[in-house]
Design a protein around this ligand. Structure first.
Ligand SMILES: C[S@@+](CC[C@H](N)C(=O)[O-])C[C@H]1O[C@@H](n2cnc3c(N)ncnc32)[C@H](O)[C@@H]1O
Length: 264
């Protein structure tokens, strides 16, 4: 994450029009675009922040990508959680270093990366995906970003319901269409103290999920929110919101697993 760019890592090139290109640096590699080419050798060993000129005279800013840059450009099988929602999910579900998190479905692996970062090397992420093709792409994407599947990431192909019933965890983060099935299993099998978070694109899904959490009797402090992210144009005296924004992605539903017993 620091120091000169190395062979094998991903670099971000930004052209004069602000277009982003993610490239995997390798010895002998060459980056091609509409303004010619740049040999990777010109980038490997350089500090991020330099500018290079392509064979066709294009100027390119060379950066180390943030996770946000990577997630917005990475190959996708399934729709990813947008970075604007990842931060609030991690914060409101209180995903912290050392915790064990169960994620489902893995999808493209975008949220997996954020969860791994949040739990740190002392924590653990178990991520479950029912579709082998999605699981395979997520595996490749994680290796592309991290260089390997880290030892504290357990990628499984299977049904979320089965894993929730088997593996005791501190947090459950769900980005799948019918979390209410898992809510019931979590209420029956997971211990109090767990925080469960679902990311859902539509209102009926939110309603059914909240009802399932309430009916189970195992969840309290249920919160629902969405995050609106509006970027701004700041250029001379033109200081205003951008004309376009991502209008809707998903709602976040959070609840805390509690016991129904009252102690004196
Ligand atoms: C929207 S994608 C998840 C995207 C992921 N959060 C990301 O950021 O890349 C939903 C995934 O859940 C998987 N899925 C749906 N129901 C499932 C279940 N019951 N158990 C495991 N995976 C499931 C789907 O196959 C799909 O890949």
């Amino acid at each position: 994450m620091t120091g000169p760019l190395r062979s094998g890592e991903t670099a971000l090139l930004v052209d004069g029009k602000g277009r982003h290109y993610l490239i995997r640096l390798q010895e002998g590699g060459v980056f091609h675009y509409h303004l010619g080419m740049v040999p990777h050798a010109d980038l490997i060993g350089s500090e991020p922040g330099i500018r290079v000129t392509s064979s066709g005279g294009g100027r390119l800013l060379v950066l180390r990508p943030r996770m946000v840059d990577f997630v917005l450009k990475m190959p996708r099988g399934a729709q990813v959680v947008y970075p604007k929602d990842m931060g609030p999910i991690v914060m409101y579900a209180d995903v912290a270093p050392g915790l064990t998190v169960l994620e489902a479905g893995t999808g493209s692996g975008a949220l997996t990366l954020a969860l791994l970062r949040a739990v740190g090397t002392g924590g653990r992420v178990v991520s479950v995906e029912r579709r082998p093709d999605h699981a395979e792409l997520a595996h490749k994407t994680i290796v592309r970003w991290l260089g390997e599947v880290p030892p504290n990431l357990d990628l499984r192909v299977g049904e979320a319901e089965d894993v929730v019933a088997e593996v005791p965890v501190d947090r459950i983060i769900l980005d799948l269409p019918e979390p209410w099935h898992i809510v019931k299993v979590a209420a029956a099998s997971q211990r109090p103290g767990l925080i469960l978070c679902s990311y859902l694109p539509t209102v009926p899904q939110v309603q059914t999920t909240v009802e399932a959490m309430e009916e189970s009797g195992g969840f309290a402090e249920i919160e629902v929110f969405e995050t609106l992210h509006r970027t701004w144009n700041v250029s001379g005296r033109s200081v205003r919101p951008d004309h376009r924004m991502v209008g809707h992605t998903g709602f976040v539903v959070i609840g805390r697993r509690v016991t129904q017993e009252t102690q004196r």
